[in-house]
Ligand binder design. Structure first.
Ligand code: FAD
Length: 476
């Protein structure tokens, strides 16, 4: 093994890269080190596993260890890379019983991100969770399941499951009141999951707006949907402390002095890129704290690449580096890097920060630049319009209001971003806006796109076209 492609991290970015490299150059040695036991798992499905909509953890896996080996990938689970020596071109790897140096020809850092909870005192109490990985999801579902109905085999975790933690939670009396700390997309998805178990759900959000990255219109609609579903919102309340009773969470305290008795808490206040491995190496981080990369995902050090939640990528509208810790950018950048190191140079592409979230019956989407201050910082003169239009022909069953906001640059008419919210397949309509951003379209060009029309799917004028027409009119 003279010139191996070594990958650190065995999930979306890492295994996409490893698989693509082997497919492009079947002769190349590819080694993947994963510190945990799970590989190729869908974080994104974990709220729905907790809710019970997805039955088993193994439904969230896309590639098994055997399938990875069949692709010719030398997969080492339970192996943590603890150091990188960029001069010697080696990494130091620790497993349960050994530590060794692994030489590399090319190296990919695909170590992802971690959930942050430390600003909140008491976050290590029993009954306090973050949701970052399948073991977290399994522990939460075990806690929610009454002990008489709990069977660890039902979780579908197999050998990879952290069984001691899950068994311990499976024996506890299920909680009745839960605090969701943080009203971002994970908090909103988890509020829905807890509500499905019949809990008294309280969401605490430091700002006045839920899912702030989706803008004001969407945030207000999400708040309405949560309230209608029976969730209590505490907006403008910052949780500073979780207090315990005999090691288990019993309540929370806000900066305002407000308190609430709870017997479970989900902390979803953000994530940070796992860059610790690169400390002391010449690999540079960008302004976001994630690894700075070029158009091919390569860092400032030749032969060292970074992809996924640990790395920055160029933003579609501005071209500036952005940190966009989401699934498609991770898979796509990993795949591109796999091709590049196998001899087929492939750009990772730009990201428009496109995202979707479900809040009970509501679907929400966002893409590009919505925030006017951010648009001004990027040198634009932003103008936006919000419209509400039908999702299908008015006479066709199922038609529902869809609210679209579009933002454009006043001088050039260039489309900068948009958001969509509604109950009838609204979120997926954001892909039209994202595609227009990718094509650097003006609002006038978007207005002239030939989108599909048939009563069951869309009115003659798709809500995105209505928004483009109104915004374009305001630019004239
Ligand atoms: P990860 O998936 O975090 O994988 C990194 C891997 O590296 C981990 O397995 C870790 O154990 C391993 N590792 C770390 N350090 C080392 C080391 N030193 N040595 C060896 N191994 C190491 N995105 C969307 O686009 N849509 C969604 O709906 C969505 N929902 C989400 C819901 C939740 C609850 C969460 C947590 C995330 C969600 N995401 C969503 C984000 C998406 O899951 C991530 O963007 C994606 O998983 C990133 O992939 P990655 O490979 O970069 O990192």
């Amino acid at each position: 093994m003279s010139d191996p492609f070594v990958v650190v991290g065995g999930d979306a970015a890492g295994l996409s890269a490893a698989s693509k490299c082997r497919r492009t150059d079947p002769e190349r040695d590819v080694v993947v080190f994963e510190k945990g036991e799970w590989i190729s798992y869908a974080h994104c499905g974990t709220p729905y596993f907790v809710k019970g909509e997805v039955d088993r953890l193994d439904q969230l896996l896309s590639l098994s260890p055997d399938e990875a080996e069949e692709r010719g990938i030398d997969l080492r689970r339970g192996h943590e890379v603890v150091a990188v020596d960029a001069d010697a071109e080696t990494v130091t790897v620790e497993s349960e019983d050994t530590t060794f140096e692994q030489p590399y020809g090319d190296l990919l850092i695909a170590t992802g991100a971690r959930a942050v909870s430390d600003p909140i005192e008491g976050a290590s109490l029993d009954g306090v969770f973050t949701l970052h990985g399948l073991d977290h999801a399994a522990a939460i579902r075990a806690y929610l399941t009454p002990p008489a109905a709990f069977d660890v085999a039902d979780l579908g975790g197999g050998d990879a499951l952290d069984e001691p933690a899950v068994l311990r939670y499976g024996e506890l009396t299920p909680p009745e009141t839960v605090a969701v700390v943080g009203g971002g997309y994970v908090g909103v998805e988890m509020a829905e999951a807890f509500e499905a178990w019949g809990l008294d759900v309280h969401v605490f959000q430091r700002s006045e707006l839920l899912v702030p990255g989706f803008g004001e219109t969407v945030g207000e609609e999400v708040a309405r949907a949560l309230r209608e579903a029976g969730v209590t919102l505490h907006l403008g309340e910052e949780v500073v402390r979780l207090r315990g009773d005999d090691g288990r969470v019993a309540g929370l305290v806000c900066e305002s002095g407000a308190e609430l008795a709870v017997d479970a808490a989900l902390v979803g206040i953000g994530i940070r890129p796992n860059t610790g491995l690169l400390e002391g190496t010449p690999v540079e981080l960008g302004g976001s704290g994630a690894v700075a990369t070029d158009a091919y995902g390569e860092t400032n050090v030749d032969g060292i690449f970074a992809a996924g939640d640990v790395a920055e990528m160029p933003q579609t509208v501005t071209g500036d580096p952005t940190w966009d810790p989401l699934g498609l950018p991770a898979n796509r950048a990993g795949r591109a890097i796999g091709a590049t190191v196998a001899g087929d140079p492939t750009p990772t592409g730009a990201v428009a920060n496109t995202a979707m979230v479900k809040a009970f019956d509501l679907g929400c989407g966002r893409t590009g630049i919505l925030d006017h201050d951010r648009a001004r910082e990027a040198g634009f003169d932003p103008v936006s319009k919000t419209i509400t239009a039908g999702s299908r022909s008015g006479y066709y069953p199922g038609a529902a209001e869809t609210t679209v906001t579009l933002v454009a640059d006043r001088d050039t008419g260039r489309l900068l971003g948009g958001s969509i919210v509604g109950t009838d397949r609204a979120a997926v309509r954001i892909d039209t806006v994202a595609t227009a951003l990718g094509g650097e379209m003006s609002v006038a060009e978007l207005e002239r796109q030939d989108l599909g029309y048939a009563p069951p799917f869309s009115p003659v004028w798709d809500p995105v076209l209505v928004a483009a027409k109104v915004l374009n009119g305001s630019l004239d």
